[in-house]
Ligand binder design. Structure first.
Ligand code: CA
Length: 489
């Protein structure tokens, strides 16, 4: 029995023992512990994760664990059993799936011919363009979020991970200063092009430069991947195949149009292309030829890149003559629970409440009669803003408040030598997504609107939290924090 229990202990192992397989995801037997032993292992969850793995190639592993003690009852010499156990352990260090990359590559070729080609042909792609596009295509196994057929599924992200670090780190002063300095020198180097772009699209040069700088280091960043490889890999075997399939067809349409040679058509791991980082579908809608050579070239042409960014913003509704927004100071008696794009007021009204610009300057007179929205991304724990509808146009480029603030701040630095936001970002990175989710559910149960119940503190969650705080005799902070977690559940 001693040997048997030793074999079993190799499989189940005491807490802290070397895991059986590198990923450490082998379900272990009852009484086992996860990680450092903080939580009891949930057997049901282990079964669920096994069956979720789904593939028949996945199943041999765990029955082996389960069967080993049983086999020891079979009367074979124990030494042999130990050797078999060791051999099994060694085998477990090999990939735990039978599909090989070569299998998947073969399936990929079949998919191109039998599945993708009919759709591409319907979209107007010629056989010669299709053949040329995929002549040298390679699956890129290093991309994130892949789901190759016959391979174990990637684990889903746990909601117990901290999802939002303090925004302070997003606004690296060193990075912003570097981008602003380069942006100012490029503003004069490309002054005449920028002037023409501004006249054509009504978007200020500094905003265009800021996006160009942020997206691709003003076109100087090395753009890593052949785009067809990325899109084909993700259309064939990623967690979001439909999205990338559409983008792949769009990329083929671009190649068919002759705007770019395939060798030049490079992009990011996520499929964003060239200096403005457009997805192929955005390229088809918004890219423009501004240098007049007849091709829309966002990889090599600065005028095409700048004008394409401006055209994108113009098409998304940029209001010519308006700013993006202003950092403000909000008096203590003005609730933060008034933020959001759906609560616009004339900027003069915000000023009438005592909200002032931190720069000490008055709001420009042309802005006072136009609409503005309060924005407090970290509630009262960070800087406050009155933004214009153009702020939300920048968010069309990348749907993040912090991104749009980064662009606005960088544009101000390029235009007028502005500096960092005056308000400090507090340490608001402590909450787990699951904590925020719990608070959202509690708010919804009390009749509040939090937008999507997703564990992320968007503006609807923030202002509902502020309203709830006010109603419960607390000073509104409009941001989840650990002290509120206990009160709001
Ligand atoms: Ca061109």
């Amino acid at each position: 029995m001693r040997l048997k229990s030793r074999i079993r202990s190799w499989f189940s192992g005491p807490a802290g023992a070397a895991p059986l397989c590198p990923a450490g995801h082998l379900p272990r037997r009852g009484g086992d512990q996860v990680g450092a032993g903080a939580q009891p292992h949930n057997t049901a969850a282990a079964h669920a994760s096994l069956s979720a793995a789904g593939s028949p190639r996945h199943t041999p592993i765990s029955p082996l664990v389960g069967e080993m003690p049983g086999r020891a009852e079979g009367g074979k010499p124990r030494a042999l059993l130990i050797l078999a156990a060791i051999a099994s352990l060694l085998a477990l260090n090999l990939p735990a799936y039978a599909a090989t990359k070569a299998d998947v590559e073969a399936q990929f070729r079949q998919w191109l011919a039998n599945d993708l080609w009919p759709e591409a042909r319907q979209a107007g792609i010629s056989a010669s363009a299709f053949k040329a596009a995929f002549a040298d295509v390679k699956l890129n196994w290093d991309l994130p979020d892949l789901a190759p057929p016959g391979f174990p599924k990637a684990k889903e992200r746990k909601q117990s991970q901290a999802e939002f670090s303090s925004p302070g780190s997003y606004f690296s002063e060193k990075r912003l200063q570097g981008l602003a300095a380069t942006g100012r020198s490029l503003a004069s180097a490309h002054a005449s092009t920028l002037k023409r772009v501004e006249r054509s699209y009504g978007v200020p040069g500094p905003i265009i430069l800021a996006i160009w700088g942020r997206e691709s280091g003003f076109g100087r960043a090395k753009i890593p991947h052949p785009i067809v490889d990325v899109l084909a890999t993700k259309a064939f075997m990623s967690t979001r195949p439909e999205l990338f399939r559409r983008e792949l067809i769009a990329a083929l349409t671009i190649l068919e149009s002759g705007d770019v040679k395939e060798a030049d058509m490079r992009g990011s791991w996520a499929g964003a292309m060239g200096q403005p980082q457009f997805l192929p579908s955005s390229f088809l809608k918004y890219a423009v030829d501004f240098d007049g050579d007849g091709r829309r070239d966002i990889w090599n042409s600065v005028p095409d890149s700048l004008a394409s960014i401006a055209n994108y913003l113009a098409e998304k509704g940029w209001q010519s003559g308006r700013d993006w927004g202003f950092e403000v100071s909000i008096p203590g008696d003005v609730s933060c629970a008034q933020e959001g794009p759906d609560l616009a007021r004339p900027i003069a009204d915000w000023a009438g409440m005592g909200i002032t610009r931190v720069s000490g300057k008055a709001f420009p007179s042309a802005e006072r009669s136009a609409s503005g929205m309060m924005l407090v991304p970290a509630g009262t724990h960070g800087p406050g803003f009155v933004v214009t509808p153009n702020f939300y146009v920048i968010k069309e480029y990348n749907n993040s408040d912090l991104y749009a603030l980064f662009i606005g701040n960088l544009a101000d630095r390029i235009a007028a030598g502005g500096g960092a936001f005056r308000g400090a970002w507090g340490d608001v990175g402590k909450m787990l997504r699951s904590d925020v989710l719990g608070m959202q559910k509690a708010l919804v149960a009390t009749g509040y609107d939090v937008g999507k119940v997703d564990g992320l503190p968007g503006y609807k969650t923030r202002r509902s939290l502020g309203d709830w705080q006010a109603k419960n005799g607390l000073r509104p902070t409009c941001f989840p924090d650990p002290s509120l977690k206990a009160k709001l559940r």
